[in-house]
Structure formats: structure tokens, C-alpha cells
Unconditional design. Structure first.
Length: 194
């Protein structure tokens, strides 16, 4: 099992039509989001205007989770859905998508046969959450939206503060334990690359 703790100083923030977006992780590391040559990408965005248009991304599967705020996401000729805190939506990148409302969100983008799952842990000190690792997962990510946790992986226990991202690959354990040092909100991403 290999892991890296990535801190906010390492993230890359850029502007988009509705606010800012921060790239948290891209695979492979040499990939360029603008060229769309990634297997997967994790990011967090702020939606700062009341009505915004999502960038169209043909060939990209998208999952979005609201971390703070509330939006109504509309996929033209598909459906509309209200997303409150920690609600998620999965959609195709080439859909014409708009949002009403302001929020901070978390985004997972995958291409090709790469697949991902996205869920939130809300844990209070001193609770411990156990995550059972699926055999198909190649990567596991923990993004601390608020609070402070330690992640118990075999003999390693990295401590993550607010804004930190833990990237784990070459998974060898069957379980990982997330320990709340403070009341915490953590986004967990599991990636299966085929």
C-alpha cells in the first residue's frame, strides 16, 4: 500500500465562468486537464453566481457532490435535481448542464473504462468509521472538508487536517479505519481502473 498526503499548497486553482475550480488530483500526473488526456481527476469548485453553465466534456463521466450550499442541477432533455449538502449526481460530460444556486462542490471525472464512486463520511470525535475495500479498487482518496482525522492503513496512520487529500494506491488491506480526532466531514473516492 502506497500513500501520499497532498496539502492545499500543492493544489492548482483556476477560474471558470461561474467561480473558481481547484484541481486536487489528476491521473496520470503528466495529464493535462485542458487536453482531456486524464484517466481520472478530482477537483473542488465554487459556484459563485446564481445561474451557471457547466463546461461540456465529451467522453468524460462526471460525479458531483455538494459540500456546502444548495443547487438545482439541470441536464437539458434529461432531468433536473436539487442537490443539498452531500447529495450527489452522476451525468455525462457532453450533456448540456446548468446549475441554479451557489455552492462549493466536489467533482470526480473519469474517462475510458475508469470508474469511480463518491460518498461522504460525517464522523464525530472519537468515532471510527470502517471502510471495506472492494477488490476492484485501485485507488482510495480521502478529502477532509472539515475537521481532522487519522486514517489507519495497516501500520500507517497519516493525520489529515481540513483541506488535506490522502491518495492511497496499491491497496493491500481489506479494511481502512478513519478515526475522528475532531468532528469531521470527509469525502471518500474509490477508483477502479480497468
Amino acid at each position: 500500500m502506497e500513500f501520499t498526503v497532498i496539502t492545499p499548497e500543492d493544489f492548482k486553482t483556476t477560474s471558470w465562468s461561474g467561480g473558481t475550480t481547484t484541481q486536487l488530483y489528476i491521473d496520470p500526473p503528466t495529464a493535462d486537464y485542458a487536453k482531456r488526456d486524464f484517466n481520472f481527476r478530482l477537483s473542488s469548485a465554487s459556484v459563485e453566481i446564481e445561474k451557471s453553465d457547466f463546461t461540456r466534456l465529451p467522453g468524460v463521466s462526471r460525479k458531483i457532490m455538494v459540500l456546502d450550499g444548495k443547487i438545482i442541477i439541470t441536464h437539458e432533455n434529461q432531468y433536473a435535481k436539487t442537490l443539498n449538502k452531500f447529495d450527489t449526481d452522476a451525468f455525462k460530460g457532453d450533456w448540456k448542464t446548468t446549475a441554479e444556486g451557489t455552492c462549493t462542490d466536489f467533482n470526480l471525472m473519469t474517462t475510458g473504462k475508469t470508474q469511480g464512486a463518491l460518498f461522504a463520511l460525517i464522523i464525530k470525535k472519537p468515532e471510527v468509521e470502517e471502510i471495506v475495500i472492494d477488490d476492484s479498487w485501485n485507488w482510495l482518496f480521502f478529502y477532509v472538508f472539515s475537521g481532522k482525522v487519522s486514517v489507519n492503513m495497516e501500520s500507517e496512520m497519516p493525520i489529515l487536517k481540513e483541506g488535506h487529500l490522502l491518495a492511497v494506491n496499491k491497496l493491500t488491506s481489506e479494511r481502512v479505519h478513519v478515526n475522528a480526532i475532531e468532528n469531521s466531514e470527509v469525502v471518500v473516492v474509490a477508483i477502479a481502473t480497468i
